[in-house]
Design a protein around this ligand. Sequence first.
Ligand code: 2NL
Length: 371
Amino acid sequence: MPYTVPKLTDFSAAALDTAAKELVSALDLESSAVTSENDWKAYRDRWMGRKAGVLTQLNDLWLKIAPREAKREVGQNVNEIKGKVEQTVEATLARIQSGAASSRLLAERVDVTLPGIRRPIGAEHPVIKTMNEIVGVFRNLGYSVEEGPEVETDYYNFEALNFPPNHPARDTQDTLFIAGQDKKPLRDRLLLRTHTSPVQIRTMQKTKPPVRVVCPGKVHRNDAPDATHSPIFHQVEGLAVDTNITFCDLKGTLDHAMKALFGSNVKTRFYPSFFPFTEPSADVQISCIFCDGKGTRDGAPCRNCKASGWIELLGCGMVDPNVYGFVDYDPAKVSGFAFGMGVERIAILKYGVDDIQLFFNGDVRFLEQFG
Ligand code: 2NL
């Protein structure tokens, strides 16, 4: 039964005391049932509301009707009760407010001891890392860096590089051509570049000598993939054209580059070779980095250099004078050298990788080793 203010008839001190105690215990009981702000507003109005609140009723049902000799005593009691009511109403509000705050804290609690979500840090791809390293060696020598299109014309990929019309590289056996271009003249037909030399042709077309440039990038060949072949791979080619450039400059430059890439202990050796766009041409070999050029390791023939002590790494040569004719350079005034290297081949040797396919399969367990 909810508490109602009794109309006092007995104004003795004992009766007043009992009535006050009943009131206060109802006040406390109802306070403990308040759990929300709406509850609390109803509670406040029930006890302190001006029109029909319990305190107003006390005035009417106790104080006003008290006989003159009891007025003072009743007045004191009512005042005390008033203080108690105000205090309890206020304390009730404080309780539910702090309750709301702490339940919000509870709901938004973060367990800082939980392990976090691991976000693996990416690593530069070993091929790109190696390519940047090679480019860096030549940048340090003052070379600029140029890039160009991967879809090229027959002209830039072959003709301007002095490939004869029936050279086997121009066959669909070796080169990936864009389909449906049979009506175009041969030189305009599109293909996927088989080397980055076209970038060097384009560079010579737009700049007068002297030229020092390296051209890194992706190239394509119609090759079946195996441990040493991939239809997509990467190259860095380089070109230096100036007055009085000699084969000595070529040897000194590449010897320095190989020492920078593989350590100052490596030796280089230039072995006669052939490319349509250089004359003379050479393959560059470095002393075997696995057996230190000895040809044997742990008493057994070195398998990496087939016991020769040398590893073939790149091709180079003096730019064939015919090439200058395509880019409006005067072969009587300038000379130069060029070189080209496969990035994957260098990465394989530097990192001891045994299968070129690992670079392209996208297995993170392989790739994350290069962070
Ligand atoms: C190799 C051999 C080579 C070149 C690339 C070149 C470029 C121009 C003129 C003359 Cl524009 N030559 N490039 C020269 C010799 C060799 O690459 O085995 N690459 C993987």
